[in-house]
Write a new protein. Sequence first.
Length: 318
Amino acid sequence: MKAIRLIMFSLAVLLTGLLLALSTTPFFTRSATLDYLSGYRFLYVLLSLPAVLFFTVLCFRRRSRAIIALLLCATIALIVNWLEIRAFFYRVDQPLREKGHTTSWRLISLNLKGSQASPREVMSFLAREAPDLIVLLDMNPMARASFDELRETFAHHLSYPELEMEIFSRLPLEAQSVRRVGDTRGDVVLKVDRKLHVVACHTYPWKAHGAQGYEWRNQHLQELGPFLRDCPSPVAALGSFHASPWSLPFKELLEHSRLRDARTGFGPVRTHSKVGLFFLLGTPIDHCLISENLQVRRLRSGPALGSDHLPLIVDIAF
């Protein structure tokens, strides 16, 4: 029995130390690994709770400085992570224009990861959701050929093979500019329905490109902030940013762009996982950022379609 208690205590101490380090160090460093791990703050909250309860019970049974210090560390980890994620659980609606003069759009961003996604499942998903605009990313030549029939469903289509991006729309679609970053990534500025400006974004996944990919992604996000700030309003930036909301470069992007995260009030809404456990081990790296004069009516992720990214579905109104 003593051995079991010792093992439990040792695991709790190890978990608390790890959680405290993972919770605080991303604020002070731009390490690629810590940047990636910052995307699991919701999981850190779930893990911090039992640690706090465990050391609270121990304090009642045997109060000592060591146990109080461990309880304090677990509590700090819990509070820090909760403060980081709490905004996603409090929804603040923006006022719309006069009733009868509002316009609504459904936008979908889907990273297909080359040809890994199932074309049949993707087509079925799009038929159910009936989006006004869809941004397909990581479209290699094989994947591009598999989705040619989308042209029959969507009246407007723009192709950017150099960015591995295909854009389909039911509404009038006008290409305004292209901003290229590196060899195969960048942003496309569109005007949808003659009202809404959409910036389709596709950054480098640093894990696939190593240290160079991490630098390219950070450079992309750094340049994207002022670029979005100067875009005409209303504007929505949509796509794969390959950064969690708690990544320092992403926080700086939000600050410099003066846009807001459409996720606010809808929970973390995870869109990426290497192991398929999106609920616990998924991270939110696909985003939609919007100007203040847009309202988010609903934001959610779609089903798994064969890629390691889930679709991001956003209903907005102006």
